[in-house]
Write a protein that binds this ligand. Structure first.
Ligand SMILES: Cc1cc2nc3c(=O)[nH]c(=O)nc-3n(C[C@H](O)[C@H](O)[C@H](O)COP(=O)(O)OP(=O)(O)OC[C@H]3O[C@@H](n4cnc5c(N)ncnc54)[C@H](O)[C@@H]3O)c2cc1C
Length: 379
């Protein structure tokens, strides 16, 4: 029997598993192939919903389903924490010592926000990158009566457009509550333009100007003083705030560090086209876990899942696994509470947002529900 182990039951891991089952049903039923997903959480969470939770537009329970229900019944689900990957033994070792041998391994462990990397941020600021964080921010926004809101951005972080979406939605949200005239939004960004993607940066500059959003570039948040209500950058600039919201820097997961597989940020060195872990022939990596300098997004994980699932299936059938990932990413961008635009790009073609509109916003809301079809490997 050939064993495929998928480490991580989030967006990328779940799509890979379900897509493989769709192609390998008969082999699995005949006992020739086994697909195992290892997940340390029982619930599958659609993380983009946290942005809407912060504005009280949805409840966390609307965006969660048991992972067992999201996976095809033919997939074996091992619930628990993976302690490490042992590529020499071709096995994943669970924290209770159980070994899961593999012929092919897919690393899909994602990333985690690390607000603790900015001193004082946990005490003085908010974020919307976890359910807990989004709920706390929701309460802070509900009791906000006007003042200066500062947004700071750590790198790297998942969802490249989330800082823009939060800022533009906040502008609309404050206006709707009559707090526009008594509030000021200060958007900061770590590099020399308001977004890492040049086309997006060019697009957003006039949008910010038209809405009176103050933009500070070259601002790498280093220190938050919750008592003084200030945030200071590595570059030496200090901004005062009444409400501080952060997109925290992210790191790869501890299991990558424990396995000795990652770089200093726990990102796994990955071939940008084959998605094989560098130096191996039987370990694929996808989604946030890779060290690829591309957007960490659910759509990235999805497009990569097509390649990884296809290649493993080809190879189980004696082929070479010749599909290649072209760097494709697709992101909706909410431009207010009622309008959105989108970008699509790859290794060769840069992104260019289109004119925003209410139809695109409705598409985005519809996708938030259709995600479950995508996770099931159908869309
Ligand atoms: C607020 C917010 C808004 C976003 N908006 C968008 C958007 O609009 N569009 C978009 O495309 N993307 C968006 N994203 C990003 C998207 O959610 C992630 O990029 C995507 O989930 C990455 O998929 P992944 O499979 O790599 O990781 P994940 O989906 O995070 O899955 C990783 C899984 O591995 C598990 N795991 C980790 N370590 C272990 C271990 N040791 N043992 C067992 N299991 C383990 C984790 O618990 C998790 O279930 C957003 C994210 C956030 C937080």
């Amino acid at each position: 029997m050939k064993r495929v182990v998928i480490l991580g039951g989030g967006t990328g891991g779940t799509i890979v598993a379900n897509q493989m089952v769709r192609q390998l049903r008969q082999d699995i039923d005949a006992g020739a192939v086994e697909i195992t997903v290892v997940s340390n959480t029982e619930q599958h969470v659609y993380q983009p919903s946290f942005l809407y939770v912060a504005f009280d537009l949805t409840a966390p329970s609307d965006a969660k389903r048991p992972e067992r229900q999201v996976l095809d019944r033919r997939i074996r689900l091992v619930q628990g924490e993976a302690d490490r990957v042992d590529p020499r033994e071709h096995a994943v070792v669970m924290s209770d010592g159980v070994q899961l041998p593999y012929d092919f391994l897919v690393i899909a462990t994602g990333s985690r926000p690390a607000p603790e990397e900015i001193e004082g941020l946990a005490e003085g600021g908010h974020h919307f990158y976890t359910e807990e964080g989004a709920l706390k921010l929701r309460e802070a926004l509900q009791s906000f009566t006007g003042g200066r809101v500062v947004l700071v951005v750590g790198v790297p972080h998942k969802c490249p457009v989330a800082p823009l979406e939060f800022t533009l939605m906040l502008h609309d949200w404050l206006a709707a509550r009559g707090l526009g005239p008594s509030s000021q939004i200060v958007y900061t960004y770590p590099i020399g333009r308001p977004h890492s993607l040049e086309g997006v940066s060019d697009w957003v500059k006039p949008v910010f100007e038209a809405r009176g959003i103050d933009s500070h570039i070259f601002f790498n948040p280093e220190l938050v003083d919750p008592v003084a209500g200030t945030v200071t950058s590595l570059e030496g600039e200090t901004l005062s705030y009444d409400l501080l919201v952060a997109v925290p820097p992210h790191v790869g997961q501890e299991v990558i560090a424990r396995s000795g597989l990652g770089d200093s940020g726990n990102w796994v060195p990955t071939d940008r086209h084959s998605l094989l872990m560098q130096g191996t022939d039987d370990v694929y990596v996808l989604g946030d876990a890779t060290n690829l300098p591309i957007s960490k997004a659910g759509s990235t994980a999805h497009f990569q899942a097509d390649v990884v699932a296809g290649n493993i299936v080809q190879r189980l059938r004696g082929g070479h696994g010749s599909l290649r990932y072209d760097g494709k990413v697709f992101c909706f961008i909410e431009t207010s509470l009622r309008k959105a635009t989108y970008i699509t790009f790859d290794y060769q073609r840069p992104p260019q947002p289109v004119v925003s509109g209410s139809l695109l916003h409705l598409y985005k809301l519809a996708f938030n529900h259709m995600y479950w079809l995508s996770a099931a490997g159908i869309l």
